[in-house]
Write a protein that binds this ligand. Structure first.
Ligand code: PHE
Length: 451
């Protein structure tokens, strides 16, 4: 046990913080638009399989590496592998991925903060349909000063929490905000499904059309599972390193995964029934929630206030995720280079802000700057969420399953658990050793057309 390491203050602190990292824009912004672009219920079905078969077991493995290693991703892999350069490289890949994700995630987080301000100003009050809302979104997001201002402000928010130290800020915020967010999402679901014409949307979310399933949708569903669970880059590993050995990793993991999945599915039910009721096309891409939600609020009593609260909560949900991203690269820098925490947080946050500028500009003027046909924003999103995270997942599974080895890993896994049925441990073992790495590899290869 590393006596100098900060630990979560309360028993459920870890669950709340990790769920705070997991639940964010991935659930409310990204999941719905991926569902809308990739076949509705069929995508949800694939997503659930990925979460259950690969996500949950690898979440357990990643937390386990962190709690046992008691360090940042690079340090934990280094210690547990006894300095093997390959595994250190895996930790480094995680830190780089954290950088990349934060650099574009923060832009969207900035939009939600911007939407809080616009909601207060009443900018959405007279919007009658999603087309008008879409126009407004385009106008706002294509103004560099608007996008960059909120990108910067959001980074300052993130830095200030990491600056203050993790435990109190994150734990406290998550405890109040998460239930509030859940509540408001449910209010919006009820509103959405009771709009005239909402049925088609419910149908869209429940009726699986298997012809929609292609190699590409499976690949996207897998990437989204990793992204949404904050899995494969060391965020859970880092949070796990602050976790007490008196608590059960499998229990916490199950809670985190259920909460994350529940909020994503509810977000689907919040958007699509309303979208179909308004006769819109589901495939709208990243602007989806910004086109639909402002209008839905106009059909709710006291919509003005609810809209402000909603975007505020979305901002906080995004914040509990950006914190976890900045935390990974900050602890890495603090541990490995002996730079004081506060200095590291400011320097890194600023660097990510700068690296994030091209991502923001992808919506304002740099739309035509293309890499492999993708905008800079889409490209960074694609390589980090769809390539690096699942790749990190393969390595985490292989590390625990083979290199560090099940024999050594299981006793650590059992610490803090009571009565974990042996068949669950063996199922986990089989998934981590065989199912997860093989499945991820097959999905990878098929997506690039190799099989
Ligand atoms: N899981 C977060 C979300 O869904 C995003 C995230 C990815 C956070 C990776 C940390 C690490 O919004």
């Amino acid at each position: 046990m590393n006596a100098n390491r900060e630990q979560w203050g309360s028993k459920i602190g870890f669950i709340l913080a990790a769920a705070g990292s997991a639940v964010g824009l991935g659930n409310i912004w990204k999941f719905p638009y991926l569902v809308g672009e990739n076949g509705g219920a069929a995508f949800i079905f694939l997503y659930l399989i990925c979460v259950l078969l690969v996500g949950l077991p690898v979440v357990i493995a990643e937390i386990l590496i962190g709690r046992t290693g008691q360090k940042n991703p690079v340090g934990s892999f280094r210690d547990l592998s006894k300095g093997n350069p390959f595994w250190i490289g895996v930790g480094v890949l995680g830190v780089i991925t954290g950088f990349l994700i934060l650099s574009y995630y923060n832009v969207i987080a900035g939009w939600s903060l911007g939407y809080v301000i616009e909601s207060i100003k009443g900018s959405f009050q007279n919007l009658e349909n999603p087309l008008a809302a879409g126009e407004l979104f385009k106008t706002l997001s294509s103004m560099p000063q608007w996008t960059l201002l909120f990108h910067g402000l959001f980074m300052i928010l993130t830095i200030s929490i990491i600056y203050a130290g993790v435990t109190k800020g994150i734990e406290r915020a998550s405890k109040i905000m998460m239930p509030a967010l859940l509540f408001l999402v449910i209010v919006l679901v009820v509103r959405g499904v009771t709009l005239p014409g909402a049925r088609a949307g419910v149908h869209y979310l429940l009726k699986i059309d298997f012809s929609q399933i292609t190699g590409k949708t499976i690949f996207l569903a897998l990437g989204q599972a990793f992204f949404s669970l904050s899995l494969g880059m060391g965020a859970l590993l880092t949070y796990g390193s602050y976790m007490s050995k008196k608590e059960s990793i499998p229990d916490s993991a199950v809670n985190i995964v259920i909460l994350d999945t529940l909020i994503a599915i509810l977000a689907g039910f919040m958007i699509f029934p309303a979208l179909f009721a308004m006769g819109m096309n589901p495939a709208q891409g990243p602007s989806l929630i910004f086109n639909i939600l402002p209008v839905v609020f106009n059909s709710i009593p006291a919509g003005y206030f609810f809209r402000i609260i909603f975007f505020l909560l979305l901002t906080v949900a995004a914040l509990t995720s950006t914190i976890s991203l900045l935390e990974v690269i900050t602890t890495f820098t603090v541990d490995e280079f002996n730079i004081p925490r506060k200095k590291a947080a400011v320097l890194l946050g600023f660097t990510v802000f700068v690296i994030g500028i091209p991502n923001a500009m992808s919506f304002c003027g740099w739309q035509n700057v293309r890499i492999f046909g993708l905008t800079w924003f889409d490209f960074v999103d694609f390589i980090s969420a769809n390539i690096f995270l699942p790749l990190g997942g393969i390595f985490i599974a292989l590390f625990v399953g083979w290199f560090w080895g099940i024999k050594k890993a299981v006793p650590h896994l059992l610490e803090g658990t009571t009565n974990l049925p042996p068949f669950l441990v063996s199922t986990w073992t089989i998934i981590v050793r065989f199912v997860a790495p093989v499945l991820i590899l097959i999905i990878f290869l098929s997506s690039i057309g190799l099989i």
